[in-house]
Design a protein around this ligand. Structure first.
Ligand code: SAM
Length: 217
Protein backbone atom coordinates (compact mmCIF):
# COMPACT_ATOMS: atom_id res chain seq x y z
CA UNK A 1 0.00 0.00 0.00
CA UNK A 2 1.48 3.36 -1.05
CA UNK A 3 1.77 5.74 1.94
CA UNK A 4 -0.85 8.55 2.10
CA UNK A 5 1.43 11.64 2.17
CA UNK A 6 3.19 10.84 -1.14
CA UNK A 7 -0.13 10.05 -2.82
CA UNK A 8 -1.26 13.65 -2.19
CA UNK A 9 1.47 15.27 -4.31
CA UNK A 10 0.75 15.61 -8.05
CA UNK A 11 -2.68 14.12 -7.41
CA UNK A 12 -4.40 16.10 -10.15
CA UNK A 13 -1.67 15.23 -12.67
CA UNK A 14 -2.08 11.58 -11.80
CA UNK A 15 -5.84 11.80 -12.30
CA UNK A 16 -5.26 13.37 -15.72
CA UNK A 17 -2.90 10.55 -16.62
CA UNK A 18 -5.51 7.98 -15.57
CA UNK A 19 -8.11 9.70 -17.77
CA UNK A 20 -5.64 9.71 -20.66
CA UNK A 21 -5.06 5.98 -20.26
CA UNK A 22 -8.80 5.32 -20.05
CA UNK A 23 -9.37 7.38 -23.22
CA UNK A 24 -6.60 5.36 -24.87
CA UNK A 25 -8.55 2.14 -24.32
CA UNK A 26 -7.37 0.85 -20.93
CA UNK A 27 -10.49 -0.57 -19.29
CA UNK A 28 -9.09 -2.66 -16.44
CA UNK A 29 -10.17 -0.73 -13.32
CA UNK A 30 -7.53 -2.34 -11.11
CA UNK A 31 -4.81 -1.18 -13.53
CA UNK A 32 -6.25 2.35 -13.64
CA UNK A 33 -6.42 2.40 -9.85
CA UNK A 34 -2.76 1.36 -9.61
CA UNK A 35 -1.76 4.30 -11.86
CA UNK A 36 -3.75 6.58 -9.57
CA UNK A 37 -2.03 5.18 -6.49
CA UNK A 38 1.65 5.04 -7.52
CA UNK A 39 3.54 8.37 -7.64
CA UNK A 40 5.48 8.19 -10.94
CA UNK A 41 7.31 11.44 -10.14
CA UNK A 42 9.27 9.59 -7.44
CA UNK A 43 10.65 7.13 -10.03
CA UNK A 44 12.32 9.66 -12.35
CA UNK A 45 15.35 11.93 -11.87
CA UNK A 46 14.56 15.37 -10.40
CA UNK A 47 15.45 17.11 -13.67
CA UNK A 48 12.42 15.51 -15.39
CA UNK A 49 9.96 15.34 -12.48
CA UNK A 50 7.81 18.01 -14.14
CA UNK A 51 7.19 15.60 -17.06
CA UNK A 52 6.44 12.57 -14.89
CA UNK A 53 2.72 12.50 -15.71
CA UNK A 54 3.03 12.99 -19.44
CA UNK A 55 2.64 9.89 -21.58
CA UNK A 56 6.32 9.80 -22.46
CA UNK A 57 9.35 7.61 -21.82
CA UNK A 58 11.93 9.45 -19.68
CA UNK A 59 15.64 8.90 -19.02
CA UNK A 60 16.47 7.19 -15.73
CA UNK A 61 20.29 7.14 -16.08
CA UNK A 62 22.75 4.54 -17.36
CA UNK A 63 21.31 4.98 -20.88
CA UNK A 64 18.00 3.45 -19.78
CA UNK A 65 14.45 4.77 -19.77
CA UNK A 66 11.23 4.40 -17.84
CA UNK A 67 8.64 3.30 -20.42
CA UNK A 68 5.60 5.38 -21.42
CA UNK A 69 2.68 4.95 -19.00
CA UNK A 70 0.53 3.72 -21.92
CA UNK A 71 3.04 0.94 -22.54
CA UNK A 72 3.09 -0.14 -18.89
CA UNK A 73 -0.73 0.04 -18.86
CA UNK A 74 -0.97 -2.22 -21.92
CA UNK A 75 1.45 -4.79 -20.46
CA UNK A 76 -0.41 -4.80 -17.14
CA UNK A 77 -3.79 -5.15 -18.87
CA UNK A 78 -2.48 -8.10 -20.87
CA UNK A 79 -1.23 -9.64 -17.62
CA UNK A 80 -4.82 -9.66 -16.30
CA UNK A 81 -3.78 -9.61 -12.64
CA UNK A 82 -6.37 -10.15 -9.91
CA UNK A 83 -4.04 -10.36 -6.91
CA UNK A 84 -1.91 -13.14 -5.46
CA UNK A 85 -0.15 -14.09 -8.72
CA UNK A 86 3.54 -15.00 -8.83
CA UNK A 87 5.03 -12.44 -11.23
CA UNK A 88 8.49 -12.22 -12.76
CA UNK A 89 9.55 -8.84 -14.14
CA UNK A 90 12.65 -8.69 -16.33
CA UNK A 91 14.18 -5.18 -16.32
CA UNK A 92 13.35 -3.47 -13.02
CA UNK A 93 14.61 -0.13 -14.38
CA UNK A 94 13.28 2.65 -12.15
CA UNK A 95 11.05 0.27 -10.19
CA UNK A 96 7.85 2.03 -11.31
CA UNK A 97 6.22 -0.96 -12.99
CA UNK A 98 7.41 -3.06 -10.03
CA UNK A 99 5.42 -0.72 -7.76
CA UNK A 100 2.37 -0.97 -10.03
CA UNK A 101 2.58 -4.77 -9.91
CA UNK A 102 2.87 -4.78 -6.11
CA UNK A 103 -0.10 -2.40 -5.86
CA UNK A 104 -2.07 -4.86 -8.01
CA UNK A 105 -1.45 -7.46 -5.30
CA UNK A 106 1.12 -9.55 -7.16
CA UNK A 107 3.99 -11.37 -5.47
CA UNK A 108 6.76 -9.69 -7.45
CA UNK A 109 10.22 -10.96 -8.39
CA UNK A 110 12.15 -8.45 -10.46
CA UNK A 111 15.56 -8.73 -12.11
CA UNK A 112 17.73 -5.85 -13.33
CA UNK A 113 21.20 -6.18 -14.86
CA UNK A 114 22.42 -2.71 -13.75
CA UNK A 115 23.17 -2.74 -10.02
CA UNK A 116 22.85 1.04 -9.51
CA UNK A 117 19.31 1.05 -10.99
CA UNK A 118 18.27 -1.90 -8.85
CA UNK A 119 19.59 -0.19 -5.70
CA UNK A 120 17.70 3.01 -6.52
CA UNK A 121 14.53 1.03 -7.24
CA UNK A 122 14.93 -0.80 -3.91
CA UNK A 123 15.19 2.52 -2.01
CA UNK A 124 12.09 3.95 -3.75
CA UNK A 125 9.98 0.84 -3.19
CA UNK A 126 10.97 0.65 0.48
CA UNK A 127 10.16 4.35 0.99
CA UNK A 128 6.68 3.69 -0.44
CA UNK A 129 6.08 0.75 1.87
CA UNK A 130 6.46 -1.77 -0.97
CA UNK A 131 9.62 -3.36 0.41
CA UNK A 132 8.21 -6.89 0.17
CA UNK A 133 9.01 -7.15 -3.56
CA UNK A 134 12.06 -9.28 -4.29
CA UNK A 135 14.77 -7.68 -6.43
CA UNK A 136 17.80 -9.36 -7.91
CA UNK A 137 20.76 -8.07 -9.95
CA UNK A 138 21.61 -10.26 -12.92
CA UNK A 139 20.64 -11.51 -16.35
CA UNK A 140 16.86 -11.73 -16.40
CA UNK A 141 16.81 -13.70 -19.65
CA UNK A 142 17.69 -16.75 -17.53
CA UNK A 143 14.66 -16.10 -15.29
CA UNK A 144 14.52 -16.92 -11.58
CA UNK A 145 14.27 -20.73 -11.53
CA UNK A 146 14.14 -21.03 -7.71
CA UNK A 147 10.88 -19.04 -7.63
CA UNK A 148 9.29 -20.52 -10.77
CA UNK A 149 6.70 -21.24 -11.99
CA UNK A 150 5.30 -17.75 -12.67
CA UNK A 151 1.69 -16.93 -13.49
CA UNK A 152 2.87 -13.83 -15.33
CA UNK A 153 6.21 -12.80 -16.83
CA UNK A 154 6.67 -9.23 -18.06
CA UNK A 155 9.80 -8.48 -20.08
CA UNK A 156 10.74 -4.80 -20.35
CA UNK A 157 13.44 -5.08 -23.03
CA UNK A 158 13.39 -6.45 -26.59
CA UNK A 159 14.64 -10.02 -27.06
CA UNK A 160 15.93 -11.61 -30.30
CA UNK A 161 13.14 -14.21 -29.83
CA UNK A 162 10.96 -15.46 -26.97
CA UNK A 163 13.56 -16.54 -24.37
CA UNK A 164 13.34 -20.31 -23.91
CA UNK A 165 14.34 -20.19 -20.23
CA UNK A 166 11.47 -17.82 -19.48
CA UNK A 167 8.96 -19.93 -21.40
CA UNK A 168 10.02 -22.95 -19.32
CA UNK A 169 9.31 -20.99 -16.13
CA UNK A 170 5.67 -20.19 -16.99
CA UNK A 171 2.97 -21.78 -14.84
CA UNK A 172 0.20 -23.75 -16.61
CA UNK A 173 -2.31 -21.13 -17.77
CA UNK A 174 0.38 -18.48 -17.37
CA UNK A 175 1.06 -15.47 -19.60
CA UNK A 176 4.22 -13.75 -20.75
CA UNK A 177 4.38 -10.34 -22.41
CA UNK A 178 7.65 -9.87 -24.30
CA UNK A 179 8.87 -7.48 -27.00
CA UNK A 180 10.66 -9.41 -29.74
CA UNK A 181 12.80 -8.28 -32.68
CA UNK A 182 11.40 -9.29 -36.09
CA UNK A 183 12.66 -8.47 -39.61
CA UNK A 184 10.01 -5.73 -39.82
CA UNK A 185 10.76 -4.20 -36.41
CA UNK A 186 9.94 -4.98 -32.80
CA UNK A 187 6.63 -6.64 -31.95
CA UNK A 188 4.93 -7.15 -28.60
CA UNK A 189 4.21 -10.86 -28.18
CA UNK A 190 1.73 -12.43 -25.75
CA UNK A 191 2.74 -16.01 -24.95
CA UNK A 192 0.23 -18.29 -23.21
CA UNK A 193 1.02 -21.61 -21.57
CA UNK A 194 -1.91 -23.68 -22.79
CA UNK A 195 -2.68 -27.39 -22.33
CA UNK A 196 -1.06 -28.42 -25.61
CA UNK A 197 2.06 -26.31 -25.02
CA UNK A 198 2.43 -22.63 -25.81
CA UNK A 199 0.49 -20.22 -27.99
CA UNK A 200 1.96 -16.98 -29.33
CA UNK A 201 0.15 -13.89 -30.55
CA UNK A 202 1.46 -10.53 -31.77
CA UNK A 203 -0.54 -7.86 -29.96
CA UNK A 204 1.17 -4.61 -30.93
CA UNK A 205 4.25 -2.91 -32.29
CA UNK A 206 6.96 -2.22 -29.73
CA UNK A 207 9.97 0.03 -29.11
CA UNK A 208 12.24 -1.12 -26.33
CA UNK A 209 15.89 -1.05 -25.32
CA UNK A 210 17.55 -4.40 -26.14
CA UNK A 211 17.49 -7.29 -23.70
CA UNK A 212 21.16 -7.81 -22.97
CA UNK A 213 21.94 -11.27 -21.73
CA UNK A 214 23.47 -14.67 -22.09
CA UNK A 215 20.17 -16.54 -22.20
CA UNK A 216 19.61 -17.85 -25.73
CA UNK A 217 16.08 -18.11 -27.05
N1 SAM B 1 9.64 -1.04 -16.56
C1 SAM B 1 10.82 -0.27 -16.19
C2 SAM B 1 10.44 0.92 -15.35
O1 SAM B 1 9.30 0.97 -14.85
O2 SAM B 1 11.29 1.80 -15.16
C3 SAM B 1 11.60 0.18 -17.41
C4 SAM B 1 12.38 -0.91 -18.00
S1 SAM B 1 13.61 -0.32 -19.11
C5 SAM B 1 12.69 0.03 -20.56
C6 SAM B 1 14.44 -1.85 -19.49
C7 SAM B 1 15.38 -2.32 -18.38
O3 SAM B 1 15.79 -3.64 -18.71
C8 SAM B 1 16.64 -1.49 -18.25
O4 SAM B 1 16.78 -1.01 -16.94
C9 SAM B 1 17.77 -2.48 -18.59
O5 SAM B 1 18.94 -2.27 -17.85
C10 SAM B 1 17.12 -3.80 -18.24
N2 SAM B 1 17.68 -4.99 -18.90
C11 SAM B 1 18.10 -5.16 -20.19
N3 SAM B 1 18.53 -6.42 -20.40
C12 SAM B 1 18.36 -7.07 -19.21
C13 SAM B 1 18.60 -8.40 -18.77
N4 SAM B 1 19.11 -9.35 -19.59
N5 SAM B 1 18.32 -8.72 -17.49
C14 SAM B 1 17.78 -7.81 -16.64
N6 SAM B 1 17.53 -6.52 -16.98
C15 SAM B 1 17.81 -6.16 -18.25
Amino acid sequence: MVAGAVRGAYRRDRRRLVELLRAGGIEDLAVLHAFDAVPRHLFVPEAVTHRAYEDVALPIGRDQTISRPAVHALHLSLAGLRGGENVLEVGTGSGYQTALLATLGARVFSIERIEALSALARARLTALGLGEVRLRVGDGSAGWPEEAPFDVILVGAAAPAVPEALREQMAPGGRMVVPVHTPSGQRLVLVRHVEEGWSQEIVDEARFVPLIGEGRP
